[in-house]
Design a protein around this ligand. Structure first.
Ligand SMILES: [Zn+2]
Length: 335
């Protein structure tokens, strides 16, 4: 792996390459939404910093340091990610393990690297790190990650060189989906890319859905029932279905988007062959054929699903968000 193995982020890559070639030490902070690739870039940056012979593309991949890094056996990197049992990393861990470790020399590589996910470091932990971040020894690099800059202390931000991940282009997202979900059908790739908001992690999550055929069938049955449903049915049965599938909410939303996409295709080209929901073709054709179903309305339905996905991201009230989506789709498609 080298920088060129990671898709996109041209500017970020050139900044990292110069940091490596100048042997910069100190603190870097990668910012970008969850799923934007902060961890992947941090790992690749760390590997390049520790490599014996890094080049413009980062780590050489051949030296002993790279080999140990690849095997996960290098002693000179410390990662502080999401803890398994508590919400945040314990302050005592920062004080007793991270801070003392930062003054020790690396055992093997020229540089010792700490990767800390600030999303799991509370105010007290961030404070405990300040001194280390301020005057790191020349052999230490801190790589901080944050998906929410507002949760990072100003005193931490002021000590760090911020590296902001750019939104990915549609082509880059498509490339990332193809790499990570090789069997994903082309139509699902398109839907996943279009609804990812330029965030690779979200695109991959959407692309990995839709293969559960039982769920697919159930979602189709619900969706096709929405236009003729009474409010009671919508808010009891269908909202109940959503609530029962809370754990698979992204998969449910993805399947609804695929159904809407099928309707748009059938509307544009009656008899269109390659729809995703072939089993439900007759019912979809009937719905697509109704005078009220036009592309503007279908676009609004897709918008409602995207709003629902956004609500999931920010942990909004699940039932309220799913009911809002169902009501909006009903309003646009009711007969
Ligand atoms: Zn190397």
């Amino acid at each position: 792996m080298a920088f060129s193995d990671l898709t996109g982020q041209k500017n970020v890559k050139s900044r990292l390459a110069s940091a490596v070639s100048e042997r910069q030490s100190g603190t870097f902070m990668f910012t970008g939404p969850v799923g934007s690739g902060r961890h992947a870039f941090a790992e690749e940056f760390a590997k390049a910093l520790m490599c014996n012979e890094p080049g413009p593309d980062g780590a050489c991949g051949k030296c002993d340091c790279c080999k140990y890094f690849g095997a996960g056996t290098t002693p000179d990197i410390m990662r502080v990610y999401k803890p398994s049992e508590t919400k945040n990393v314990k302050v005592s861990y920062i004080k007793e393990s991270v801070v003392p470790e930062a003054v020790l020399r690396p055992q093997f590589s020229k540089t010792k690297v700490f990767i800390l996910d600030l999303d799991y470091l509370g105010t007290e932990s961030q404070n405990a790190l300040l001194k280390s971040l301020e005057e790191p020894p020349a052999h230490v690099v801190f790589i901080l990650l944050s998906s929410n800059r507002d949760m990072v202390l100003d005193t931490v931000i002021s000590r760090a060189t911020e590296i902001k991940l750019d939104p990915y282009t549609n082509d880059e997202i498509v490339e990332i989906i193809r790499k990570n979900v090789p069997d994903c059908p082309p139509q699902t790739v398109t839907i996943a890319a279009a609804n990812s908001g330029g965030v690779p992690g979200k695109a991959i999550a959407i692309a990995q859905q839709g293969e559960d055929t039982d769920l697919k069938r159930e979602v189709a049955e619900m969706f096709l029932g929405i236009p003729d449903a009474t409010y009671i049915k919508l808010l009891n049965d269908y909202a109940g279905f959503m609530s029962d599938h809370k754990a698979d909410a992204v998969a449910v939303a993805c399947n609804i988007l695929l159904l809407i996409d099928d309707l748009m295709r059938l509307k544009g080209v009656p008899g269109y062959k390659n729809i995703a929901f072939t089993e439900q073709r007759t019912k979809l054709e009937k719905l697509a054929g109704s005078a009220k179903t036009d592309n503007v309305r279908l676009g609004k339905c897709a918008g409602a699903v995207r709003d629902f996905l956004k609500a999931l991201d920010v942990n909004a009230n699940f039932d309220a968000a799913s009911s809002a989506m169902l009501l909006k789709i009903h309003e646009e498609l009711k007969r």
